[in-house]
Design a protein around this ligand. Structure first.
Ligand SMILES: *[C@@H]1O[C@H](CO)[C@@H](O)[C@H](O)[C@H]1NC(C)=O
Ligand SMILES: *[C@@H]1O[C@H](CO)[C@@H](O)[C@H](O)[C@H]1NC(C)=O
Length: 219
């Protein structure tokens, strides 16, 4: 094969790879489409604002640790299209997650995105579980990276004596989060007790009620 043919084969493979793009969000059709978060127009993403400024592409909210004084000892601060309107149609976003000593970001999934985490501070036990129920787990420390594949259940736990923090990136402007405990035990309207007791092989619905009460917002 001559060098031109080789070049064409490479170009065709590249074009095919682009066609079956693994990007999570659909590609954009214009330079920018800054989200008009107040628009009532419902579409896949947000309607575009007529006028925008540099501030629509700016967010300072990840510069400081979030408050971790809650029952899980962790807090997620999103930097997605709802905070940065300029991200609309661009297919990326960040979050910062802070963990108190002992803090847990409980098992959850992001239905629309792969997540790549970079440790800012501390050390974390992290893991994801595949659809064959295999756990892939590792302890990661400052400066290290771990990947959570799109839609798979995953968690992070700070077993250390000092706070930990990560910055995570998503290939979606709004990855969405379903936290398994809250999804099942704090849904509104409620998932029936008999569904949960049968699903979790719990004999009585009393235990389901007990778990639900712990997920209920503190009055
Ligand atoms: C956008 O800017 C133009 C030009 O300054 C102005 O005429 C128009 O009213 C603005 N639109 C909105 C929705 O603010
Ligand atoms: C967490 O701490 C902040 C600031 O100290 C306080 O305003 C807030 O009420 C606390 N939240 C909880 C759930 O204790």
């Amino acid at each position: 094969m001559g060098s031109f043919e080789k070049f064409m084969v490479v170009m065709l493979v590249a074009a095919a790879a682009g066609f079956i793009s693994v990007s999570a969000d659909p590609d954009l059709l214009q330079d920018v489409c800054v989200a008009d978060l107040s628009s009532g127009v419902k579409m896949n993403g947000y309607a575009c604002k007529e006028n925008f400024t540099a501030d629509d592409f700016f967010f300072a909210g990840l510069s400081k640790p979030g408050l971790t004084n809650n029952t899980f000892g962790s807090v997620v601060t999103g930097a997605n299209v709802q905070k940065i309107p300029g991200l609309n149609t661009l297919g990326v976003s960040f979050s910062r997650i802070d963990y108190a000593p002992g803090g847990l970001n409980p098992p959850h999934t992001h239905p629309r995105a792969t997540e790549i985490a970079f440790v800012l501070e501390g050390e974390l036990e992290v893991g994801f579980i595949t659809t064959t129920n295999t756990l892939f787990t590792k302890t990661i420390k400052k400066g290290e990276i771990f990947v959570f594949p799109k839609a798979l259940v995953h968690f992070q736990k700070n077993n250390g004596k000092v706070p930990a923090a990560v910055i995570v990136a998503f290939n979606s402007q709004l990855p969405g989060t379903q936290s398994l405990g809250a999804t099942l035990f704090a849904a509104s309207p409620e998932v029936p007790d008999y569904v949960l007791s049968q699903a979790f092989h719990i004999g009585s619905t009393k235990q389901v009620e007990k778990i639900k009460s712990r997920f209920a917002p503190k009055k």
